[in-house]
Design a protein around this ligand. Structure first.
Ligand code: ACK
Length: 824
């Protein structure tokens, strides 16, 4: 793109111009052409600003080979003006660096020019400096040049020494050749900081930086809180990320010596357009420009899954997505609190079941393929061998684990962890070996006797706990019965809020606080007096039906605790008012993103898979792991809420039903649910079981993969639902055609293929053919062979419930949920 600037003098001279004679007019045109063409040529070639030049809004610098452009821009829908650098050779403006990110200009009056010789400054229309460089010394003839690497450098025009460079002040992007890390001598730290939003480049909450403590590692932080850790550099890759197959396009370098700690990557194939960014939602992404789709493809996005959440399993445990639960105490350790642990809250971690001897009788258990624990407080020595490392750990009573610090040439160096280990993740096909210290009793051999003692005492402890649990359950049941008899409003171990408190928190249920309309009434955002944000569901007063659902929801969710279920924090029952108070989910519901093409940044494939896994785990907990066996009966995209990190939580338990003992199927004449998600046996015969939820999960999974709704799916060639469409494509061997075009060009096609296959298995017509949710979670996180799916249920749109439930069937709807009365 060539920018042509018509100087002000042309328009100011306009009036005089009309008064000129024809001859002088012809001469003037010739002069004008000469001036303009010289400006065009200058603009094409210009990659520098000298001490006497300036760059105005509308003008740009272009690097020598045209890789990058520098100029004024307005991000997204903002009208504010910023000076930035973007890729020049691609049609999607992608800004990689912003000068005045925290101080925009509000009109087009900005000028970039040298001031006081070596200081490049951005000045607004009133002459105020909004941004400037901080060159270390002043020279008479400085030159600012945009290089083909995307680096803006200020040089001494005389001897070319660099006085300042934009690569030292990264924004949210790390370009090839740009170092992140610290100068140990000066303490100067280069790190990435996210934009606030795609419309606002000012500093957001997320940073990605190398922490120099202990053995250095990069961390993703949200303000001061660690979100994700890459693990230490092990000579080849960061221990906490999957080892990439040999990368033919890039090479990486990590430097750690007494002068600097830095990480840089360089392009081998310089025609690749690539970038690493920290986006406003806290993801570190490697992006590569795809010439075929003319769009960015996400090569990876970190954190990848729940196991990447820093410390999710607490100390002395490891996170493994394939396991259920995903957190497992290390051998020789038991949960610190089994109540929290069983409820899916693992942060409390694990403690030793038997103490160490603190002698050479102790030994080590090897964990292969793991992300090494946090090394911020570990001790290291890069010359020791693994044997020396073991001996060192054995002779230090506080040492709890050891590993090689470098995996090249068979492994070398020593890392020792003192007191505890945290944030260990199993990474199949990658990761390193970690050796965790345990007493001899955990090692077999001599310790057999002690093992039996340990087993004996564990069993008696478990039996004791069982007796206590049964007693507590009995007490609660009695209490509930008494309570029920006294007050028919149902039970509540739950905090009860006064109506006034909630009214105040929601600004008196003002329209501006309204989040939307739920199944049985409006939902409002509220802020409690301690600053906690909540979502308040207010039951419509005239909804008699809603009162039953209200009770149902209180009864169910109050008892359930899982990271993939929305948490009920309290309720309010006062006069006619019925309120439910939930944790606030800032990203609202999944359907807001799924069916919106603008959400691609938020819902790339890794995120979608993570959401699918999260929903599967939440459902598994309901079906199998919670104290009650619960069928949700209304699983759908609008009932999946997303927390700040886009982690999914199942909500709306108004229609849920529980089963006792050996019961595993129920029947109702009042079929409630949502068209498109309800299974055939439930819609037609009112039969519900965990398998009817599995059907809904299958539909939801296909919606997540395709970005399309099952019901109302449109295709020019047939009347099938999305389910039917996916089934046809699957049979033709082109299942991937159903994938959302926005993500189709990523490197995760085999994961997508597998997910579609699993979705179809879940949505098979006959409940007995569908897998259980425990099998689904295993299938989703392994490479095991999958059975062939049979025909799905309701795969032709015209056979959807309206017509299949006939004659003596009535239907009513509330929001998009429906109630069908099935006459039998
Ligand atoms: O899709 P949404 O934006 O997210 O609109 C619906 C609306 O209220 C009615 O259900 C939103 N909503 C429901 N529960 C919560 C919650 N706990 N946190 C935030 N938003 C919520 C939902």
């Amino acid at each position: 793109m060539v920018s042509i600037v018509i100087p002000a003098f042309i328009s100011s001279r306009k009036n005089k111009l009309w008064k000129m004679t024809a001859a002088s007019y012809g001469f003037f045109l010739l002069r004008l052409w000469t001036v303009l063409s010289s400006m065009v040529t200058t603009s094409i070639a210009r990659d520098i600003i000298t001490a006497t030049e300036s760059l105005r809004d509308g003008e740009t610098l272009v690097s020598a080979s045209g890789n990058f452009e520098l100029g004024f821009f307005s991000p997204g829908s903002s009208t504010r003006r910023y000076v930035g650098i973007w890729f020049k050779k691609i049609p999607v403006q992608t800004v990689v660096w912003v000068a005045n990110r925290n101080s925009p200009i509000y009109d087009s009056s900005g000028v970039l020019q040298f001031n006081n010789n070596s200081v490049l400054a951005l000045v607004n229309g009133t002459g105020v400096f909004v941004w400037s460089t901080n060159s270390s010394r002043s020279v008479p003839n400085p030159v600012a040049q945009l290089l083909d690497s995307g680096n803006l450098v200020i040089r001494n025009g005389k001897d070319d020494t660099v006085l300042w460079q934009s690569f030292d002040y990264p924004c949210d992007s790390q370009l090839p050749g740009m170092k992140l890390g610290r100068d140990i001598v000066s303490g100067f730290d280069r790190f990435l900081t996210s934009w606030k939003s795609s419309d606002d480049p000012s500093m957001g909450s997320y940073t990605y930086r190398i922490d120099p403590r202990g053995y250095p590692q990069p961390f993703l932080m949200k303000d001061d809180v660690v979100q994700f850790r890459d693990g230490p550099w092990n000579g080849v890759w960061f221990s906490g990320t999957a080892r990439l197959p040999t990368d033919s396009t890039q090479e990486y370098k990590f430097v750690y010596n007494n002068k600097e700690i830095s990480y840089v990557y360089e392009l081998i194939n310089i025609s690749v357009i690539t970038n690493r960014i920290v986006n406003p939602y806290g993801n570190i992404q490697r992006q590569e420009w795809n010439n075929h789709t003319q769009g960015w493809a996400t090569f990876y996005s970190k954190p990848i899954d729940n196991c990447d959440t820093y410390g999710v399993c607490g100390v002395f445990s490891s996170c493994n997505l394939v396991k259920n639960p995903q957190c497992q105490c290390m051998k020789g350790f038991v949960p610190n609190s089994s109540t929290d642990w069983n409820a899916g809250d693992w942060i409390g971690g694990c403690v030793r079941s038997a103490p160490l001897n603190c002698s050479v009788k102790d030994g080590f258990i090897k964990y292969a393929n793991v992300k090494l624990p946090d090394t911020r407080y570990s001790w290291y020595n890069i010359t020791m061998t693994l044997d020396e490392c073991r001996t060192k750990c054995l002779h230090n009573c506080s040492c709890v684990a050891y590993a090689n610090s470098n995996v090249t040439h068979g492994g070398s160096g020593c890392l020792l962890w003192i007191d505890s280990v945290i944030d260990v993740k199993v990474i199949a096909g990658s990761g390193q070996d970690l050796y965790v210290k345990v007493p001899a009793s955990e090692l077999g051999g001599d310790g057999k006797k002690r093992v039996w003692i340990a087993i004996g005492s564990t069993l008696s402890a478990v039996m004791f706990l069982c007796v206590v649990a049964i007693f507590i359950a009995w007490r609660r049941r009695r209490k509930r019965e008494v309570h029920k008899n006294n007050n028919n409003e149902g039970e509540s171990d739950l905090p009860i809020y006064a109506f006034d408190v909630i009214a105040q928190a929601t600004n008196y249920f003002s329209l501006s606080n309204k989040l939307g309309e739920g199944g049985f009434g409006p939902v409002y955002k509220g802020v409690l007096s301690d600053g906690q944000e909540v979502a308040v569901k207010r039951l419509s007063k005239d909804s008699r039906q809603g009162l039953d659902e209200f009770k149902n929801e209180v009864i169910f969710i109050a008892k359930l605790q899982h990271r993939n279920l929305v948490k009920l924090m309290g309720c309010c029952i006062e006069a006619e008012e019925r309120l439910l108070i939930y944790e606030y989910m800032p990203k609202k519901s999944l359907d807001n993103y799924l069916f919106d093409p603008r959400s691609i940044d938020l819902l790339d494939w890794p995120k979608r898979l993570e959401i699918i896994m999260g929903i599967a785990r939440g459902l598994l907990y309901l079906h199998q792991d919670s104290r009650l066996r619960i069928v949700h009966r209304d699983l759908k995209a609008s009932n999946i809420l997303l927390d700040f990190h886009m982690n999914p939580k199942i909500s709306d338990f108004g229609l849920a039903r529980s089963f006792n003992g050996n019961e595993d199927e129920g029947q109702t004449k009042r079929v409630v649910g949502t068209y498109g998600y309800m299974s055939p046996e439930y819609t037609i015969d009112g039969l519900f079981s965990v398998k009817s939820d599995v059907f809904s999960f299958g539909v939801l999974l296909l919606e997540i993969v395709s970005g399309k709704k099952n019901r109302g799916f449109n295709h020019p060639d047939h009347h099938h639902t999305l389910l039917g469409h996916a089934w046809m494509l699957f049979k033709e061997g082109v299942a991937l055609d159903v994938v959302d075009p926005l993500i189709r060009n990523s490197s995760y096609l085999s994961e997508m293929q597998r997910s579609i296959h699993i979705g179809l298995l879940c949505a098979q017509q006959h409940p007995e053919d569908r897998p259980s949710m425990s099998l689904v979670t295993v299938m989703l996180s392994s490479d095991s062979e999958l059975p062939q799916p049979k025909e799905p249920g309701f795969y032709v749109e015209r056979y959807l419930p309206q017509e299949s439930v006939s004659g003596n069937t009535q239907s009513s709807s509330n929001s998009d949920s429906v109630t069908l009365l099935v006459g039998r």
